[in-house]
Write a protein that binds this ligand. Structure first.
Ligand code: APR
Length: 351
């Protein structure tokens, strides 16, 4: 997957290049710097001594030594003042310079910590925004697997207001869903005491599955009958069309190129050509959702695309609610969606 965010200790990550949040002496320190020097071993310091330091915003290369990487790219982030002293630009330069060194060395993968967000005090949410803006710009023109390694997810979530809005959306719908589900049980099993007993006997998930299956078949389940729900939207569906065939037709209808599509879907170029050439390709749910986002489909068309791969968008799973939130808000920025999915400990979309 071209862009991903993980919670981990960067010294445990495998990549062609691993980025160190260093200080200008390049002679080691605390935080990431200390962890990388400990993991890479004393030869790293010996090589760093020969580099003559590093200016803030600049980046310098050493070997990876005992770390699971070919290269370590040392960059010096800005010390946070108040955001008006050029900190964002300097932080962008750290990511840009590190990416261009990795590109020069023909790296296929690179892992970054959240530079400057520890000792240097850069607010995590602002730093994440800067990192993602530079990485997404780089990936629009280049092929590389870029991983942001977050050590302390809780601190990141706590510092990010927009995640609070999404949490509220989830809470509201969870409440509605519980209420609807109770009403649905009554609708299916009736108010009779026995009905409640029967309902209680049927697991919540089973009820949910029944409704999701009904919804996926474009039917609403009322009592034990099924009624045709809203007709298909503006894309005439061909029932025997496979997921890949439907996807390629949607790409044509939307007038998008293959490159635009897989870049916006955070899908690896090679995987996309595999999907294009295999009409029976069976995507994972997060891959199918990524294409719906790339094509900027509304909810009904998203459900149609997912249904082709045998999936539905439930009203009770956190992953599904977060996807619904972004589609309902017409926000198809897959980087922002993945930041939110990461914050809520959900699988990221793309492949
Ligand atoms: N793996 C991934 N991330 C880590 C790790 C780790 N092992 N250790 C810390 N972090 C996270 C921190 O939680 C923070 O979010 O990395 C981010 C950057 O924190 P620092 O390492 O303190 O780096 P920075 O804020 O850029 O300050 C650089 O600190 O360690 C010294 O020598 C370094 O003087 C320099 C200064």
């Amino acid at each position: 997957m071209p862009f991903t965010i993980i919670r981990n200790d960067i010294t445990k990550v495998t990549a062609d290049a691993i980025v160190n949040a260093a200080n200008s002496s390049l002679l080691g320190g605390g935080g990431v710097d200390g962890a990388i020097h400990r993991a890479a071993g004393p030869k790293l310091l010996e090589e760093c001594r020969l580099l003559g330091g590093c200016e803030p915003g600049d980046a310098k290369l050493t070997k990876g030594y005992d770390m699971d990487c070919k290269w370590i790219i040392h960059t010096v982030g800005p010390v946070w003042q108040d955001g008006s002293m050029g900190e964002p630009e300097l932080l962008k330069t750290c990511y840009r310079n590190s990416l261009s060194i990795a590109k020069e060395k023909k790296c296929k993968s690179i892992a970054f910590p959240l530079i400057s967000t520890g000792v240097y005090g850069y607010p995590k949410d602002k730093a994440l925004e800067v990192a993602v803006s530079v990485i997404s710009e780089f990936l629009s023109e280049n092929d590389m697997d870029v991983t942001l390694v977050v050590f302390d997810r809780e601190a990141l979530v706590a510092s990010t207001e927009k995640f609070g809005v999404i949490q509220q959306y989830i809470n509201d719908r969870f409440a509605v869903e519980q209420d609807d589900s109770r009403k649905r049980k009554i609708a299916i099993f009736g108010k009779r005491k026995g009905g409640h007993a029967a309902a209680a006997a049927v697991s919540e998930m089973h009820i949910e599955d029944m409704f999701e299956a009904a919804e996926a078949q474009n039917y609403s389940l009322v009592g034990n009958t099924t009624l045709p729900a809203a007709s298909l939207q503006d894309i005439v569906e061909k029932p025997d069309e496979t997921f890949s065939e439907f996807l390629l037709r949607l790409i044509d209808i939307k007038g998008m190129t293959d490159v635009e599509t897989y870049k916006k879907a955070n899908i690896d170029r090679k995987l996309f050509s595999k999907i294009r050439s295999d009409k029976n390709y069976k995507p994972k749910k997060q891959t199918a959702v990524a294409f719906a986002i790339a094509l900027e489909l509304d909810l009904p068309d998203t459900k149609d695309l997912l249904e082709k791969a045998g999936y539905a968008l439930s009203r009770s799973l956190k992953f599904d609610l977060i996807i619904r939130y972004f589609i309902e808000n017409h926000n198809y920025n897959i980087y922002e969606i993945n930041e939110a999915l990461f914050a809520f400990d959900q699988t990221l979309i793309g492949a």
